[in-house]
Design a protein. Structure first.
Ligand SMILES: [Zn+2]
Length: 208
């Protein structure tokens, strides 16, 4: 059997959304290392229903997810499974996606700044899918940690080139990512420079 792999390049500071069928595998590949990737999934039969960090917290009763864990929607349907992780394994589940006001308010940036919220909205427009909201993303490779059981602390991502997270779609879904354009604080690697990532998809049909 020859397994085919579809590669979607996600340029630095940009977003991409692809349709996955139940059973498809997607690797989020940190090609150059250190890049934070905001990650979302939406049910294809109801794009208002989204992979929910809050519901998934309660499902597992912890803040960080591990390989083998299911990720569920705001309607408690399992939408993806966390299959494999070759990275250091810290993936923030608490921070909302960056947006234009967040760069103004928290970092004093004047004028427009690329942001993950607009990247997601733009992908809905490009695919012609009804847009409802920007849910809290699963911030893959983002090493915001909880200290003293209460305090949040941003650390630079220590993900190395080529490390990846593998997910499996459990229902037909739209899968979206944004290569976070944050360049005003150092979360994207040691130098804070946003970089490209890739999605590697193996279709369930091609593996049967
Ligand atoms: Zn961002």
């Amino acid at each position: 059997m020859t397994e085919t792999m579809e590669i979607t390049k996600v340029p630095a500071r940009r977003g991409r959304m692809i349709a996955l069928d139940a059973g498809d595998l997607v690797d989020i590949v940190n090609v150059h290392g250190g890049q934070v990737v905001d990650t979302w999934a939406f049910a294809r039969d109801n794009p208002a229903e989204y992979m929910s960090m809050e519901h998934s917290h309660v499902l597992h009763y912890r803040l960080n997810f591990r390989p083998g864990d299911a990720l569920c929607t705001d309607n408690w349907r399992t939408i993806m499974t966390f299959v494999e992780d070759t990275s250091p394994g810290i993936h923030d589940t608490l921070c909302p996606a960056c947006c234009e006001p967040s760069y103004n308010i928290f970092y004093g940036h004047e004028g427009y700044h690329d942001n993950c919220s607009d990247n997601l909205k733009g992908q809905f427009e490009e695919l012609g899918v009804p847009f409802h909201r920007v849910p809290t993303p699963w911030n893959l490779f983002m090493e915001t940690i909880v200290e003293n059981s209460n305090d949040l602390k941003d650390m630079p991502s220590t993900t190395r080139p080529g490390q990846y997270v593998r997910l499996r779609a459990e229902i037909d879904c739209y899968f979206a990512v944004s290569a976070c354009p944050q360049d005003l604080i150092v979360i994207n690697g040691d130098d804070g420079v946003p970089r490209d990532v890739e999605l590697h998809v193996r279709r369930a049909g091609s593996r049967s």
